[in-house]
Each structure stands twice: as structure tokens, then as C-alpha cells.
Design a protein around this ligand. Structure first.
Ligand code: CA
Length: 231
């Protein structure tokens, strides 16, 4: 993804939207706001944001449903999403991540936390070092074009799953703990919990399972995960 400083904030409560926008501006970002999903669609069509900050509770289509739609559309699939959530239940956060969000922030949050997370997510998504093609059996990953195929069938996945798979394919047959994966794939970010790793592993396995390739990602009991073509 091209480096850009332009963010879209989708939030129906104008006070929160303006607070987020003001915080972004002060940190040197460019932004625009949308109060619902149709406004957000218009904004995205006009100018592709580098990141979407998306409120969970929106009138009409919810933030979770909108996140799913962004992920399904080839034109918007690679835009990272940070969910804003008033919900503190772990299950709801997991649901947000499952819908395709890259991270979430619970309300209320501080300007400092917001900017730290925005920067971390942008760093991860804009840090796609060009690399050769990677291949394991019929699974191929092209880091330059950001394409994953199995037996030449395209495999769609979110940006975090892509980075995770890329890491695994470049570090096969070794066991990594959740915190090692967080450091390597997410970068040092104090705000991310170990359980986030499990969510993204589950999502990655799900897309690979369509072609019977989920067995490549193995759970090592009490330790973490390993990527291996050997059973
Ligand atoms: Ca709201």
C-alpha cells in the first residue's frame, strides 16, 4: 500500500468524531469524517484512506457488518481497520477482529493511545518489504503483489493474516510463542493482547481450510504455533 497520511473516521457521535479528528490532526494526519456507512462509502470512493477508524455502533449497518464488507471488496480489502468499541466484553472484541478489524480501541480512550495504535497499524500495513515468491506445496505467496494462491486459486485474507502467513512461510518448522509472534508480526506494541494472535491464527486457518491447507499451521500445546508441511 502506498504511504498516505489520510484517515477516515466513521462515527455517528459528532463529539467523538471531532475529538478523534482533532487528535489525528495534532499528530500530523489528514482525515475526513463520516457519520454512517453510506457516507463512508462515498468518502472511500472519493479518496482511499490509509486506515479506517470505525465505530462499532452505527445507525443502520453496524460497524462490524461494514468491516466485513470492506474486507470482501477487492478495492478496499487492504485498508486496515481499527474498531472503536464501547463494549468491554472479550467476546465482542473477538467478534470485531473476526469481522476483519486489525485492532480495536475501547471507549473511553486517551489521545495518546489512539495515536499509538494508529501508528502501529499503519506501520504494519505499510511495511511490506518486497520479497521473492514463497511456496510450500501448492501454496504460493507473492509478497510484491500481495497475492496468495493455492493450486492457482486466489485465497483472500486480511492484511494481518497475510503478514502472519508471510512470517510463517519465511520461518517454517520452528515453534513460536504468542508473544514472539506478536513481536515479529505486529511489532512491539504494548496494547495488543496474546489472545489476538489466536484470533488471527483462527482466521488464517479458516481461509486455508477451504483448500485443505489449514494443517500447515500447527498448535504446539503449551507453547504456541508452528508452520510446517510435515504432519
Ligand atoms: Ca456510535
Amino acid at each position: 500500500m502506498m504511504k498516505s497520511n489520510y484517515l477516515l473516521v466513521v462515527e455517528d457521535e459528532s463529539a467523538i468524531r471531532d475529538m478523534v479528528g482533532f487528535t489525528l490532526e495534532r499528530a500530523g494526519f489528514d482525515w475526513s469524517g463520516a457519520s454512517d456507512v453510506s457516507e463512508a462509502d462515498n468518502q472511500i470512493n472519493t479518496r482511499q484512506p490509509a486506515l479506517i477508524i470505525l465505530d462499532w455502533m452505527l445507525p443502520g449497518l453496524s460497524g462490524v457488518d461494514f468491516a466485513r464488507r470492506v474486507r470482501r471488496n477487492a478495492a478496499t480489502r487492504d485498508i486496515p481497520i481499527i474498531m472503536l468499541t464501547a463494549r468491554s466484553e472479550e467476546d465482542d472484541r473477538i467478534k470485531g477482529l473476526d469481522a476483519g478489524a486489525d485492532d480495536y480501541i475501547s471507549k473511553p480512550f486517551s489521545p495518546r493511545e489512539l495515536i499509538a495504535r494508529v501508528k502501529a497499524v499503519l506501520r504494519r500495513s505499510q511495511n511490506n518489504e518486497p520479497d521473492s515468491n514463497l511456496q510450500v506445496n501448492a501454496l504460493r505467496l507473492d509478497a510484491t503483489s500481495h497475492r496468495v494462491t493455492i493450486e492457482n486459486h486466489p485465497v483472500d485474507m486480511g492484511p494481518t493474516e497475510f503478514r502472519l502467513l508471510h512470517f510463517f512461510m519465511t520461518h517454517p518448522d520452528r515453534v513460536y510463542s504468542r508473544s514472539q509472534l506478536l513481536d515479529s508480526v505486529w511489532g512491539n506494541n504494548v496494547y495488543i493482547e496474546d489472545r489476538t494472535v489466536d484470533v488471527h491464527i483462527r482466521r488464517l486457518r479458516k481461509v486455508l481450510a477451504v483448500h485443505g491447507y489449514d494443517t500447515l499451521i500447527q498448535t504446539v500445546r503449551g507453547t504456541g504455533y508452528r508452520f510446517s508441511a510435515q504432519v
